[in-house]
Write a protein of this length. Structure first.
Length: 96
């Protein structure tokens, strides 16, 4: 997906294959830039699967796109980030 793709762009693209209930491009919280992926929800699962089959590995806005069914996060699965520690403040633990 292109970095300029909007939720409306996704809704229009997927709307060719059925009724879109929501379309959202995921943005980086720190920079405000697109992460170049998004989520589309469709009213009917059959229409959604048809959209996946029709759109996967096609070109959209100059970029090849991968379209697949989102999987729910597993219980306990989290997106974890290591905290940023400025170079001068690194702490090390050592056994005696």
């Amino acid at each position: 997906m292109s970095s300029v793709t909007t939720g409306d762009d996704l809704a229009a693209l997927f709307g060719e294959h059925g009724t879109v209930t929501s379309a959202k491009v995921i943005m980086d919280k720190e920079t405000g830039n697109s992460k170049c992926f998004g989520f589309v929800e469709m009213e009917d699962e059959t229409e959604g699967m048809n959209a996946i089959n029709a759109l996967n590995d096609t070109e959209f806005q100059g970029r090849k796109i991968v379209v697949k069914k989102a999987r729910p996060r597993e219980e306990g699965e989290q997106h974890t980030r290591r905290p940023y520690v400025p170079h001068g403040e690194r702490r090390f633990a050592r056994e005696n």
